[in-house]
Design a protein around this ligand. Structure first.
Ligand code: S3P
Ligand code: PEP
Length: 419
């Protein structure tokens, strides 16, 4: 792929866009299927850089996972894993790295999980400390990967965890809890941020046969000595990927339906359509999917703590709305693929947008953004969000467009349909 892509003006007034399967569901279903006993088929799973990293890590830990005829096929080993002594490279996939730390803790021997330079700056300490409470020997590099984990027969019991930076730590513990001797009683001491991802974890566990008791998002009790059931599982459309098409509709006035999306989804990012509604858009939901129809947009104040991945999409849409938009409670954006608060504000300013930030918020004054060369910081969501801006502001050029491979490898082909 070229090293830059120039975004062309919006051509269509109405269309249905296709997005791949949800990244978050795919990671979870591959892991649960790997821990189940027997063969599972994961249908419509996302095939992208990050989900392939999860597949490869599971293969290295002794579970056969392959992709064939549009599905992932997972030969679950009922929770027994093999040794793997070389470092396991997990790119910049935070979900893979955090969830696989817990899986490694169930294994045999010592595993080293690491990733890109940026992944080595993304925190893991709170998860490491929770695993230590469970008797798992763990070593980090100043609270970040590389992380060394010694596989242990985990007895389980009470554990507390700080999820003020990431919900992935809690998802990680929940996913392995059924395989402990006594189960786990987990108390969340801070947060969790990104709550819907916890609900998704609980719902995948339930779909695969493990019921959890809980008190909101701060206390969870998972039975031990239980197991996921192998079977046929279906991944729904990715709501985070849908946000770029809904955002495109919002700023251009077009009507865009995203196939397979629905408002009852466990994916918090499906609520993004409702945020656009509160800015003035119309929504229409049919069996085919959720559609956004763009109208005059007005700025809003909104807490995006539960939808971090679509905060950049919202910031770009806000640049075209009337008045001020305040995006609050998004401190955890600083620990993503890039520091997304700084990246979004820097790039919006290049487009002449009045934008500012604090450590956990962004403020954008809508207007008439102009074209610019956008740096993407190797962050798929920065590339895809600013593609939205280019539909209306002539001359937006996206650097390093192939970074979308992380979550949406055919994004640019799908985007062509808008012209
Ligand atoms: O559990 C998951 O699948 C995810 C949780 C979120 O991370 P945090 O909980 O770290 O905010 C989100 O940003 C990430 O893309 C996927
Ligand atoms: C933050 C993201 O992913 P991860 O944490 O898995 O790297 C993302 O997809 O926006």
């Amino acid at each position: 792929m070229e090293s830059q892509i120039t975004i062309r003006p919006m051509g269509k007034t109405e269309l249905t866009a296709m997005v791949p399967g949800s990244k978050s569901y795919t990671h979870r279903m591959l892991i649960c299927a790997a821990l189940a006993d027997g063969l599972s088929q994961v249908k419509n799973g996302l095939v992208s850089e990050d989900t392939l990293l999860t597949m490869n890590a599971l293969n290295k830990m002794g579970v056969s996972v392959r992709k064939e005829r549009g599905s992932f096929w997972v030969n679950g080993t009922g929770g027994s894993l093999g040794r793997y002594e070389d470092p396991i490279h997990l790119g910049n996939s935070g979900t893979t790295l955090r969830l696989m730390c817990a899986v490694a803790a169930m294994g045999v021997g010592t595993y080293t999980l690491t990733g890109t330079e940026r992944m080595q700056q993304r925190p893991i300490l709170d998860l490491a400390q929770a695993l230590e409470q469970l008797g798992v020997p763990v070593e980090t590099n100043n609270g970040c990967p590389p992380i060394k984990i010694q596989g242990t027969a985990i007895k389980g019991g009470k554990v507390s965890i700080n999820c003020g930076v990431s919900s992935q730590y809690l998802s990680a513990l929940l996913l392995i809890a059924p395989y402990t001797q006594d189960g786990m009683e987990i108390t969340v001491t801070e947060g969790p941020v990104s709550k819907p991802y916890i609900d998704m974890t609980v719902s995948v566990m339930k779909a695969m046969g493990v019921e959890i008791k809980r008190d909101g998002h701060t206390w969870f009790s998972v039975p031990g000595q239980s197991q996921y059931q192998a079977g046929e599982y279906m991944v729904e459309a990715d709501a985070s990927g849908a946000s770029y098409f809904w955002g495109a509709a919002a700023i251009t006035g077009a009507t865009i339906r995203v196939a397979g999306t629905h408002s009852a989804s466990c994916q918090g990012d499906s609520r993004f359509a409702y945020i656009l509604k509160s800015m003035g858009c119309r929504l229409d939901e049919t069996d085919e999917g959720l559609a956004v129809a763009g109208r005059d947009l007005k700025g809003i104040t909104v807490d995006m703590g539960n939808m971090p991945d679509v905060a950049p999409t919202l910031a770009v849409v806000a640049a075209f709305a009337k008045g001020e938009t305040r995006i609050e409670n998004v401190g955890h954006l600083k620990a993503k693929e890039s520091d997304r608060i700084t990246a979004v504000i820097t790039e919006l300013k290049k487009m002449g947008v009045q934008a500012s930030c604090t450590d956990d918020s962004m403020t954008i004054i809508g207007g008439k953004p102009k074209g610019a060369v956008i740096d993407t910081y190797d962050d798929h969501r920065i590339a895809m969000s600013f593609a939205v801006a280019g539909l209306l502001a002539p001359g937006v050029i996206i650097n390093n467009p192939s970074c979308v491979d992380k979550s949406f490898p055919n994004f640019w082909e799908e985007w062509e349909k808008l012209y």
